[in-house]
Design a protein around this ligand. Sequence first.
Ligand code: ASP
Length: 581
Amino acid sequence: MLRTHTCGELNMAHRGLDVTLSGWIQRSRDMGGLTFIDLRDRYGITQLVFNMEVNSALCMEARKLGREFVVSVTGKVAERSNKNLKMATGEVEILADNITILNVSKTPPFTIEDNTDGGEELRMKYRYLDLRRNANKKNLELRHRMAIETRNYLSSLDFMEIETPYLIKSTPEGARDFVVPSRMNPGQFYALPQSPQTFKQLLMVAGYDRYFQIVHCFRDEDLRADRQPEFTQIDCEMAFVTQEDILNTFEGLATHLFKSVLAMDMPAFPRMSYNDAMKLYGSDKPDIRFGMTFTGLNELVKGKNFKVFDDAELVVGINAAGCSEYSRKQIDELTDFVKRPQVGASGLVYIRYGLDRTIKSSVDKFYSPEELSAIVEKFGAQPGDLMLILAGKEEKTQTALGTLRLEMGKRMKLTTPGDFKPLWVIDFPLLEWDDETRRYYAKHHPFTSPVPGDIPLLDTDPGAVRANAYDLVINGVEIGGGSIRIHNKDLQKKMFTVLGFTDEDAADQFGFLMNAFEYGAPPHGGVAFGFDRWCTIFGGGESIRDFMAFPKNNSGRDVMIDSPSAIKPEQLKELTLKIVQ
Ligand code: ASP
């Protein structure tokens, strides 16, 4: 071995020991007769000292070493006179007596420090240098621990990790597929899996009643901070279970991860119905780290000749406690915020409940002081509070107010880093109507089972059918979701019909699954968690990219290997493909 110890492990207990360390040169400083070098490896940094008086040739050699040179150094561990107690190795240094250059390095294009001067694009191009930085290393270490703890926990409960194929079949449901041409089957394509959904269900039919896999999934979607074209799921499925069993099992996994990775003891996760989440938080992934829940105002505000409220399906507001002193400018800012197309409200009504108990609002013209008082009372507001109200179509208004609530949470600094508030959202609707294509879509996916009592509604009022589906949400982020599945051929067929599939299309795309259901499919259900997201939340990060070793940029490109890229005409020919611009 080219080392006896790592750069992160030497301390006072090693004083006097002769050691060999290998690593990268973080920085060097010449101080008169002494040269100090910080040597870095994955485990930490150790200070090396070269003394001109003791060995001038060696010291001169050390002075020539550039940043990121790879060296191996031999020397004696000594106590430092100038200790740095912030570093694990900060009480000692190595009095070097030999140094070997293992490799030279060009000057890196950005500093390999916690606060680097490198921009995002440059760091992505030289990701292998970026990954030398502490922040990235910590993130990947956390990711590794999460993976190990997941495997340990699930394995201890008899889950088997089973790999499913990456070259599968394209289906139009869900997101867009990435496709891979098949050379041996001209004109035909594989698709990369958006998830192993149908395979894990087939494993249940096969009798592997507890399956999991930490698995790559691929979705050709527009990218956002928390989306990547390829990402990782903790994908799980169980047979002979009810929804309750699944929630308990995976709450167990989540609790285990909180404990083993973050050393946090979590109380039981609350559960909230989809309807309550929408009604109280305007989101199916509510951030319950703070309150500010919605107050419905329909019965108090209608019929007073204020057209905006009279025409609205829903009038609803939040109470921003202690914000009555917001300036005109701040309120205008909030109004602009809710009117942005991404939020989509047409305007914002406010009521200030002053510290002097006066009530002023932007709708004083339409409402008497008594009527405004009644509204303030409904909000349960205190003097000093500011009420913000939106009106319009029900779901759209709920969602817009949900976005405003999160914005107010940010402005009022209502969340603390390191605080985690997980919950299960349950009782999702099975289907979602799309006005544009005039058809129902599966809210979760087409294999999700309706709540048994609601099955007759599939014929009469499909939109009202509830699903046996659930999401795990932490701090306003959907960490995962799943459902109890349909395991009966006729019901699955019916579901495809409701989704607008012809019998032929359903048979062509999912015949293999429906056939399997004819050979003793057990009742089953499962869940999948966004592994990158979960790591990001636990690591207190902003973007899932920071928790992936080699992520793609905003345009889905890997700028380091320069991909995607054109392929050679011969390759195209072999694949019987032609580029049509
Ligand atoms: N396969 C689903 C997904 O990727 C999760 C599940 O239902 O288990 O969202």
